[in-house]
Write a protein that binds this ligand. Structure first.
Ligand SMILES: [Zn+2]
Length: 398
């Protein structure tokens, strides 16, 4: 290895990075997100594509199983369903953490790809069926009926799903957090152990590909109805909980909530609307699974038994009130303690579904509501409820 570039500067070589005009209506003006580690003059982001998977790519290259200049063949990879463009794409303040053109790069940047640019999609959209035992239970209980289109008699549910990698437009992210962009950049630089020097040396690069998980969006129903004023939408925003969502762990109730959200989404799709489940690939409100399990242990062992408070003395506790939700009052970065407390209150009740039925009325959340009413509120939120929710979040136990 003859030469290692430790850092770059805007003036280096006298060649500016390809411009990005975030929110521009014309994709040619907006410009592509170029995270290539090949031709430096085309590169206009900090970081690399595929987040943490970049490390695995490096391992494969180091082991000489993959060529450093490998370029993916994008033939036939275009979206299985067209989504967008929507007006929100053209307001730079509305979308700041993903590239709305991310699934369309082969189309809108075809000329640059043909000219040899290494532009990679940050969104991929495909179609599949999902099948969960809870949906069969919902059919057996008569809450869902098969229609042989969206939902089959054997419980197969038709979905369109989108995998999304984060693309942070740093000026917009800083504004969401109410901080100066320079402070955000410096903190990101320092708290990643100096991994991304360009955060501080390249103010001209406004895009950051953070090494974090993205989101998967599951759409139920006709996605061409998205973006239309008359379309009713049921939406669940769900943070990944691998222990419960995949393994059915009994220590929390995330999977029942997810299953309930999917049930409501199927119902909405059958009634002509669209169901949307946004599955954020971050554990424990972005604390990570190690911290999450430490919290479980500390909570069970504390004097006086289980409560939501133990976690606050744990590693990462200083991070848990970091505002991430993009609104005021910010939702604290925190384990879902209310779920934990409710689950613990049913000592000896092994069945997680019976332990905390998300369909049952929850006086803390919405007095007198049942699942359907709650689902309706999801797509017709009233201001008073939003304010109540905000007040609750502000009063999170400390
Ligand atoms: Zn959970």
């Amino acid at each position: 290895m003859a030469h290692i570039r430790l850092n770059t500067h805007p003036s280096q070589g006298g060649q500016p990075a390809p411009p990005v005009v975030w929110g521009a209506r014309d994709p040619a003006v907006r410009g592509p997100v170029v995270g290539t580690v090949g031709l430096g003059s085309h590169r206009n982001v900090i970081g690399v594509h595929s987040g943490s998977y970049g490390i695995y790519r490096a391992l494969a290259i180091a082991a000489q199983e993959l060529k450093a200049d490998h370029r993916p063949d994008l033939t036939n990879t275009s979206p299985a369903e067209p989504i967008g463009p929507f007006e929100a794409w053209f307001d730079p303040k509305k979308i700041v953490s993903l590239d709305p053109w991310g699934h369309l790069v082969s189309e809108v940047f075809a000329d640059k790809l043909a000219a040899g640019w290494d532009i990679r999609p940050t969104i991929a959209i495909t179609k599949a069926h999902v099948n969960m035992p809870e949906i069969m239970e919902a059919m057996a209980a008569g809450r869902l009926k098969p229609d042989n289109d969206i939902l089959s008699g054997t419980g197969d549910v038709k979905v369109t799903k989108a995998a999304i990698e984060p693309v942070w437009w740093l000026p917009g992210i800083a504004e969401r957090f109410g901080v100066k962009e320079t402070d955000l950049r410096r903190t990101l630089f320092e708290q990643t152990g100096g991994m991304y020097t360009e955060l501080v040396t390249r103010p001209d690069l406004e895009l950051f590909l953070p090494p974090i998980g993205g989101a998967t969006v599951y759409f139920f129903g006709d996605v061409s109805k998205l973006g239309k004023q008359e379309t009713k939408i049921a939406c669940r925003l769900h943070d990944e909980c691998n222990g419960s969502d995949v393994f059915g762990s009994d220590i929390c109730t995330c999977r029942p909530y997810l299953a309930h959200g999917i049930e409501i989404c199927i119902d909405m799709a059958q009634r002509g609307g669209v169901g949307v489940v946004i599955y954020n690939r971050k554990e424990g409100r972005a604390l990570g699974e190690v911290t999450k399990f430490l919290v479980y242990n500390a909570r069970k062992r504390q004097p006086g038994g289980d409560s939501g408070r133990a976690g606050h003395a744990l590693p990462g506790a200083d991070a848990r009130y970091l505002p991430l939700a993009g609104r005021q009052p910010h939702r604290p970065l925190c384990l879902d303690e209310q779920h934990e407390i409710r689950r613990a209150a049913r000592a000896g009740y092994r069945d997680r579904r019976a332990g905390a039925d998300p369909r049952a009325p929850d006086p803390r959340r919405c007095a007198g509501g049942n699942g359907c009413q709650e689902g309706r509120r999801l797509f017709q939120p009233d201001q008073a409820r939003l304010e109540r929710a905000g007040a609750r979040q502000g009063a999170w136990p400390r």
